[in-house]
Design a protein around this ligand. Sequence first.
Ligand SMILES: [Zn+2]
Length: 132
Amino acid sequence: MFRCSENCRPYVDPMTQLNKKTVIWRGLKMRCPKCDGAPLFRAYLKPVKECSSCGENWEKIRADDGPAWATMLVVLHVLAPLFHFVTFKSGVSMLTSTLILCGAGLALCLALLPRMKGLFIALIWKTGAPTS
Ligand SMILES: [Zn+2]
């Protein structure tokens, strides 16, 4: 059996030693999960091919339907109590409550979707999960 002496340690890239909280936070900020030095997206939902700061290749990671699923999970849990309040407690008309709920739902979806995609890309990168 091979035994290392004190100076015989395998090289470990310090960037891959990030903890999951850091990686998740960087993904939610839509920044590069590896270095936090550059944006993760070049358009609304289009990831950059590679990080302009550290060179990590983001083109190979595909989040598929995960971000949409997570966005709907959060948005619907936020809208359910809002629906109850607006419909039964506020006394506004049905048209007004419908407009409020549709506007809130649309705004939340548009705000959360790229953040969820950043989160999924960061987690897939961190865990090395296979992508399609
Ligand atoms: Zn980077």
